[in-house]
Write a protein that binds this ligand. Structure first.
Ligand code: CA
Length: 246
């Protein structure tokens, strides 16, 4: 399995800082997005700690050594570790008390032709295959719970005043429930990781049309960010794109 990948981040048009962080370890096939919260600068600290914990796992070499089942467990353990790292730092630094972050982490598993993911929060992973865009992760948000209960539609949830209220985040408690997932891959598939600064501005169908192109991932990433900014860019926008080549 071979792939190409690119990442782009942008503060958007209305925020002075950027509380998003990302990892694009192309050779290792490991990618991640973290969207920090807790106010400037604590949100930036939380998302950076999350991504650093993931980067350390990559540099330890684990991501290359195992099959999908074991890697999924290891990746989930890494996200659990990131939670403790952030919670500990918040406990030791009053200025960072209450900080938290999302983390959506993805590792390609060439030997099994799949990707494994570990996920907490409302940053998302999607797979575009044959013109169909499918959201792989489920948002850990209050509005998603309302959608699941039939109280809100997806479109209502996207613009709801409580749309950014998370039901799970890293760093805000010693315990966190981490979703572990697996997604099948084949040549031509395009994977997208993104923060909610993209999905709050664009409907899934708009994202799908913007990605329906053979352009390199870097060009597609720029196209997504430009489109989110054209809609107002109210939040930081981060995207990671991975295309499976063969
Ligand atoms: Ca955000």
């Amino acid at each position: 399995m071979h792939w190409e990948a690119a990442a782009r981040t942008d503060p958007g048009l209305q925020r002075s800082g950027n509380e998003d962080a990302h990892l694009c370890a192309r050779d290792a096939g490991v990618f991640g997005i973290a969207d920090g919260m807790g106010g400037h600068p604590a949100g930036e600290v939380a998302s950076r700690l999350a991504v650093q914990t993931l980067a350390r796992w990559v540099s330890d070499g684990h991501s290359r050594r195992f099959g999908a089942a074991r890697l999924q467990t290891l990746l989930r353990d890494t996200v659990t570790r990131a939670n403790l790292v952030i919670a500990r730092q918040a406990a030791e630094n009053p200025a960072e008390s209450g900080m938290g972050t999302t983390l959506t982490a993805l590792a390609l598993v060439p030997r099994d032709g799949v990707a494994v993911l570990a996920h907490v929060g409302d940053s998302r992973a999607y797979r575009l295959r044959d013109g169909t865009l499918r959201q792989i992760t489920v948002d850990h948000t209050w509005v998603q719970q309302q959608v699941d209960a039939g109280q809100l539609t997806e479109s209502q949830a996207r613009v709801h005043p409580f749309s950014s209220i998370l039901t799970r985040a890293l760093g805000t408690s010693i315990h966190v429930d981490v979703d572990a997932l697996e997604v099948a891959l084949r040549p031509g598939d395009l994977l997208l990781l993104c923060s909610d600064g993209l999905t709050a501005m664009l409907e899934d169908d708009e994202i799908r049309s913007l990605l329906a192109s053979a352009a390199p991932p870097a060009a597609l990433a720029t196209r997504l960010i430009d489109a989110a900014n054209a809609r107002g860019g109210v939040d930081n926008i981060t995207v990671v794109l991975v295309r499976i080549l063969d």
